[in-house]
Design a protein around this ligand. Structure first.
Ligand code: ZN
Ligand code: ZN
Length: 416
């Protein structure tokens, strides 16, 4: 049983993969609207011989290939695009406009590279199906909607994902990132931050601006809260822990001589451990509640959590096994991945299924372009990152590397 036999199937993937990718790139779909993408994914999976389950959590698709006794490996790709106006100048750039969840007309682009993830996983799915004589076990390919809104994985779980697939032994996923194409990076432990957004409404008592004694001023109260919240990271978080607390929005009042009756604060928290996450969210509630008491507010504050992403913390043993397989196949193109400040909802799936996982990065930048930017000390300025209008992964070696990485990692379990 050899991984190289399966990998030789890349030639068959080359027949369609690049055109498929360009087509997907030119036809991006927003979170929860991935109907065309899901249809094309289902069709390819059926052609390759997978048992296909659709409409999970809206547009989610799962393809299952049972190939004798052995481990069950789940491999995941996300499918959604972003409300971004593409500015890459590519011949296959998106010009799509669509209606978002709020009813507004917005441009759409694959500015996070999820079209790379879908194309690579479909390629790997075909190679593993065609090369099924070289491995034993069960392969579950999972195409998730709505990663960008943080609720696609939860949606698939709520729709009964666990009952539709054999329980995996391991879960794998990857993301295209702004480092040289052809490279693969792994990291054991926390690799992506947990993210939580919170909307806080504090209630004062409105009055004429000339009569502050008749008011409970929510503007002064909110100002005190914003300052006091800064002490959570600086005074309550252990110095060795990384955390970010940003108040990104503060709204109150409409006129200079009217004391309003409320203020609304919106903040975002990034953490790399569940304990720190819980401590910080508790501290926010404690400080806001106490400041409201100090101001003698007529009503308790309201807290609303939204846009929540779980911590992505890679299992050490699973990561080591994948990293060893990458090192063997990719040689010095495999290396360590830096901890990312971004967030993902992938880990909701393995967490719900009680499965260890690893999540790695593949490069998407033309290696020569990257080297030039590096030599000029201008990587941050000249290399467009995910979510920017100029984000444009170079097709090769990005697609080959992402496809091979998925096969190599899956075979580290299935090929034994
Ligand atoms: Zn993204
Ligand atoms: Zn993404």
């Amino acid at each position: 049983m050899t991984t190289s036999t399966v990998l030789s199937g890349l030639d068959q993937v080359h027949v369609w993969q690049e055109e498929f990718y360009k087509n997907l790139h030119a036809h991006p779909e927003l979170s929860h609207q991935e109907r065309r993408t899901a249809e094309r994914v289902s069709k390819r999976l059926r052609q390759a011989g997978y048992e296909v389950h659709g409409d999970l959590g809206g547009t989610g698709v799962v393809g299952v290939l049972v190939n004798g006794p052995g481990p069950t490996v789940l491999v995941r790709a996300d499918m959604d695009a972003l409300p971004v106006r593409e500015d890459t100048g590519l011949p296959y750039a998106s010009t799509v406009m669509t209606t978002d969840a709020a009813g507004d007309q917005v441009p759409v682009a694959h500015a996070c590279g999820h079209d790379v993830h879908v194309s690579c996983l479909l390629g790997a799915a075909q190679m593993l199906a065609d090369g099924r004589g070289s491995w034993h076990g069960t392969l579950v390919t999972l195409f998730q909607p709505a990663e960008e809104t943080g609720d696609g994985a939860r949606g698939m779980l709520a729709d009964g994902l666990a009952g539709r697939i054999p329980t995996p032994d391991v879960a794998l996923a990857q993301h295209v990132l702004p480092f040289p194409a052809g490279q693969v990076g792994t990291l054991a432990g926390p690799v992506l931050s947990a993210a939580d957004s919170m909307r806080i409404t504090v209630h004062g008592r409105g009055a004429h601006g000339s009569m502050p004694h008749a008011a409970v001023d929510p503007v002064v109260l909110a100002a005190m809260i914003v300052i006091r919240l800064q002490t959570i990271v600086s005074r309550e978080t252990p110095p060795g822990e990384t955390a970010v607390l940003t108040v990104g929005s503060l709204r109150a009042g409409s006129k200079s001589n009217v004391i309003p009756d409320r203020a609304v604060i919106e903040l975002n928290v990034r953490t790399y451990s569940d304990a720190t996450r819980a401590t910080i969210l508790d501290a926010i509630r404690r400080i806001v509640t106490a400041e409201c008491q100090a101001s003698d507010c007529p009503r308790d504050p309201e807290f609303e959590l939204f846009d929540r992403f779980p911590l992505t913390t890679n299992d050490a043993a699973v990561t080591d096994r994948a990293a060893a397989a990458f090192a063997e196949f990719f040689g010095d193109r495999a290396g360590p991945l830096e901890q990312q400040t971004a967030s993902e909802d992938f880990s909701d799936i393995p967490a719900a299924l009680g499965v260890p996982y690893t999540y790695w990065g593949i490069g998407g930048v033309d290696p020569q372009t990257y080297r030039q930017a590096q030599d000029a000390g201008r990587v941050a300025q000249d290399i467009p990152v995910n979510h920017s209008p100029g984000f444009a992964p170079v097709i090769q070696p990005t697609l080959d590397t992402g496809t091979q990485a998925l096969v190599v990692a899956a075979m580290a379990w299935l090929g034994r």
